[in-house]
Structure formats: C-alpha cells, structure tokens
Ligand binder design. Structure first.
Ligand code: MLT
Length: 314
C-alpha cells in the first residue's frame, strides 16, 4: 500500500476524479458548500471533482467513512463544527478527530438563524420566547442528528432559554426545511447558507441570528442577533473545512492545499457564498497547521458547552 501511495504521489496527482464526501443529505448547507467547492476545485486540480453524500448520525457516519478510506487523496471530507463536537457527544466514535485526518484548510464560516414555521403567530423573538414558554416541552425543534450544527445551535438555544424542546432529527437540514415550511415541525436553528433563500422567499419566519454581530446581507441586516434579543453572549458560528484520511502522502496534501487556496479565491465562488451569508476564509488562515489548531480549540470550547448543557453522549 505504501509503495502504491508513494507512486500515486509521484504520478501527476490527481490523475482520476476526486470525491468530496458530505456527511449530510443532499440539498443542505454542507452539501451546497461542497458542490460550490467542487466547482471551484475543478480548474486548479485539472480533474473532475464529484460530491458524494453519506448521511446519518449527525455526520459521524460520513466522517468515519473518510477516516477509513485509502489515504491517496482521492476521497476527501467536507465537514464542519460537528467534527470537533462528536467526541463529546458519542461514547463510541469510530474515528479520532485530531489523529485520523489530515487537515487541508478551513473553507468558510456562517452564522445560523433561528427560523420557524410560517404559521407561528410570533413575529419577533420576544413573542417567540413567550410562545416557547407557554408551550414548554411541546415545541418540536428540527435538526440533522446529534452533533450536527443545527443540533448544537439548538442545544445552546435550549440552555439559554432554560427550555427543553423535542428534537426531531433528519438526515440533513434540507429534508428538515421541507417539514418546517410545511409546519410539521416548529423551529430550527439553521445555517444561513440554507436559510437565507427560504427567508427571502418568506417561506419561514426568522427570529434572530446566532452570531455576535448582525449579518451584513441587506435582507438579513435588520434581523437582531439572539444576543441583542435577550440571549446575551449567544454565539454559534458554523465553519466548514476540508480533510483527507491520515497517511495521505505529503506531496498530495500540498497539492490539495494549494488547489484549495486557488479555489477560495474564485470570484464566482465568493459571490455565490456571500449571497448566502457565508464568509470565505482568508488565505492566511488556510495553513493546515492553523486549521488543526483551530479545530483543537473548538473541541475544547464545545466540550465544555456540551457538558454544561447536560447533553448525554449517544
Ligand atoms: C447540520 O449540521 O445541521 C448540517 O450541516 C445540515 C446539512 O448540511 O444538511
């Protein structure tokens, strides 16, 4: 295997299509981000880049698949904050976040938005807060499984409101959004990436954004942060990064990191992502060592939040 890997590294990598594995269902924020990235990686890699969805268990099934993939650079993982939080949420996890992956660089960051079904009578966060209190324990909160960004933001929301809601897990927030729009679930804390178009189309109600500062998108600039709306200090920013299995040859990693740097400067990608409320990560933050250090810090920060929230590991 090592000889084959070394040969792969020597050969003009990539000499066949590269796969970006997304650990959530198609159509959600992680999938949208991966498809944008695949498009922008085609030119710098000079190869076809395909996206493959392996959903389930809050993203941990897909992450495990890449951790076990042949480390030749042809199977990569596009994942987010869930990679840093799964160790605190799952007793039995079949991969180790820091040891089983090579870190290729962060991709982007986005706030989440607290959105509700269109038939909710509440028209602002204060009214929603009252409605949640009046319906204590009966509110359905959609997410993409334990460890997903929507689940984590939901944890923070319930802790801040001191209100337990009923989680409704999906394979991704795309199917969850369909049910929210249809009124089958009440609320969701969804990344702006997927929520922005639905808010724009007035298919869901928006009550706040999860970042410390308001969003700059004109459509959402008037939406208060949850912190200013009363949940002081509320802060959830969802970041996505690119990963390869541990043991991928250094020459291949360098080629992938260089291609990522080019892709994230693609004006088309930047325009598309900023229109969704995403911020593309600046070049100086794209060093693999920086990326790994950032994830390590996020692991520490979130394991404390998860412990304080009393969420038990699966
Ligand atoms: C999540 O963490 O909520 C996922 O990113 C949702 C998704 O991408 O489907």
């Amino acid at each position: 295997l090592l000889a084959a890997l070394a040969a792969a590294a020597r050969a003009e990598f990539p000499d066949k299509p590269v796969t970006l594995l997304v650990p959530f269902a198609a159509g959600g924020p992680s999938d949208k981000i991966a498809r944008d990235l695949a498009e922008a990686l085609r030119k710098p890699l000079g190869q076809t880049v395909i996206v493959d969805n392996t959903a389930g268990a809050g993203g941990t099934i897909g992450a495990a698949r890449v951790a076990r993939a042949v480390p030749d650079g042809y199977t990569l993982l596009v994942h987010h904050i869930g990679l840093a939080t799964a160790p605190a949420l799952y007793k039995k996890l079949s991969y180790r976040t820091l040891e089983d992956f090579e870190y290729l660089g962060l991709v982007n960051e986005a706030p989440s938005t607290l959105i509700g079904k269109p038939t909710l009578t509440a028209n602002n966060f204060a009214e929603l807060r009252q409605w949640i209190a009046d319906n204590h324990g009966k509110v359905n909160l959609a997410n993409a499984g334990v460890g997903s960004a929507s689940h984590l933001c939901g944890l923070m929301l319930q802790s801040a409101l001191k209100s337990n809601m009923t989680p409704v897990p999906y394979k991704g927030t795309a199917p969850a959004m369909t049910d929210l729009i249809g009124g089958q679930v009440d609320l969701m804390c969804e990344q702006a990436t997927n929520a922005t178009p639905q808010i724009e189309a007035r298919k869901v109600k928006v009550f706040g954004v999860s970042s410390p500062q308001r969003m700059t998108l004109p459509l959402l600039a008037a939406v208060p942060t949850l912190s200013e709306a009363g949940l002081t200090g509320f802060n959830v920013t969802v970041w996505h990064g690119l990963y390869a299995p541990k043991g991928t040859p250094p020459a291949v990693l360098a080629r992938l990191n260089a291609a990522l740097r080019v892709a994230l400067k693609d004006p088309e990608l930047i325009k598309r992502e900023e229109a969704l409320g995403l911020t593309v990560v600046a070049d100086e933050r794209l060093a693999p060592a920086e990326h790994r250090k950032f994830v390590e810090a996020e692991m520490a920060r979130w394991s404390k939040i998860i412990k304080d929230s009393g969420e038990t590991a699966e």
